[in-house]
Design a protein around this ligand. Structure first.
Ligand SMILES: [Cu+2]
Length: 343
């Protein structure tokens, strides 16, 4: 088994070496070309980059000073929350669950200690033969029921909040899980996809960002408006999780999952794939850059085929308007033109 793998790898390595040799010959050939041709190439390349720069206005991404959601050394609490659901869940955990858990644990510990000290064989040689006490039995049934009711109310409220459907005008963004990176599809903004790969240690250090969380292309999203975040698994099951946004949704092959996400503050939020998905599962981090809607729209237009929702609507209207004119007889064209602005 091992030897077969080694053989396959050997063949693969040889192919790779052949390719490298070809590449080297090609590079040498390029270097040997007349200087004039190279100079012309330079001019052409410059023109192309200038053209691209004119088409796509520069967009400045957030620096590391804008990182809001990331793990901390020695942290034992949840990350600070930046969504309403996150705040609700955090408060429920901190002010309801933790106090109840602490009181019950201490109470049970005290009971145990009391029984060990007071009712051991030496301290209590003649044990009581009591087998029933109605009052105590009622108390230890009713009090736990009341505690569960107290926990159930905020718990079910949180559950229903997390299932709330996004409004119709929410911006749809689809997170596609691949082995092993994420692709972010901007469904409502022209349908382009941003491929996001983890930065290596040196690049992350240079960017001033945490290694294994920093990525080359972040998922840029608008802040303060509802996002219809969909997840999809292109190969195996992944999971899209960002702790500081109280968001975790499995990315499953063959089905689209959907949840609403509304981020309260502009910033950078880190997450990771949260479903064991293969060899490089630990190397497909998520970095969300939440920007104002204006910034988001500006960024969208720097992407290939990227359009703001207004531009998409305008393009759709423009496409729909001339269609009836083509179908109708020439005599009706004037009437169609008159009708077009109203539509
Ligand atoms: Cu994954």
């Amino acid at each position: 088994m091992g030897s077969i793998d080694a053989m396959i790898f050997g063949a693969f390595a040889r192919k790779k070496l052949n390719f490298m040799a070809l590449l080297a010959v090609f590079t040498l050939g390029l270097a040997a070309m007349p200087q004039v041709a190279l100079a012309q190439d330079d001019v052409a390349a410059e023109a192309v980059t200038e053209e691209a720069a004119a088409e796509a206005p520069a967009f400045e991404h957030f620096g590391p000073d804008m990182i809001l959601g990331q793990p901390e050394d020695g942290g034992i609490d949840f990350q600070p929350q930046f969504t309403n659901d996150g705040n609700y869940a955090y408060d429920m955990h901190t002010y309801i669950l933790m106090p109840i858990i602490t009181v019950i644990s201490l109470f049970v510990l005290a009971l145990l200690l009391w029984v060990i000290v007071r009712y051991n064989k030496r301290a209590n040689p003649v044990p009581s033969k009591t087998s029933h006490n109605t009052l105590i039995e009622v108390i230890w049934t009713v009090i736990p029921v009341l505690i569960l009711v107290v926990i159930a109310v905020p718990s079910i409220t949180l559950l229903s909040r997390q299932y709330e459907s996004p409004p119709e005008d929410a911006i749809t963004i689809k997170a596609n899980g691949y082995q092993w990176y994420w692709g972010y599809e901007y469904v409502d903004n022209g349908g382009f996809e941003v491929v996001s790969n983890m930065l290596d240690a040196d690049a992350a250090l240079e960017a001033g960002e945490p290694h294994q969380l920093a990525v080359d292309n972040r998922m840029v999203v608008p802040v303060g408006v509802p996002i219809r975040l969909q997840t999809f698994g292109a190969d195996v099951i992944h999971s899209f999780g960002i702790p500081a946004l109280w968001f975790k949704l499995d990315a499953v092959p063959g089905r689209i999952n959907e949840r609403m996400l509304t981020i309260n503050e502009p910033g950078i939020y880190y997450g990771q794939c949260m479903e064991l998905c293969g060899a490089r599962h630990g190397y497909m981090p998520i970095a969300i850059e939440a920007r104002t809607l204006e910034d988001y729209n500006a960024w969208v237009q720097t992407q290939p085929g990227g359009m703001t929702t207004e531009q998409v609507a305008a393009a759709a209207a423009a496409e729909a308007a001339p269609a009836p004119a083509e179908e109708e007889a020439p005599a009706d064209e004037a009437a169609a033109d008159e009708a077009a602005p109203a539509a």
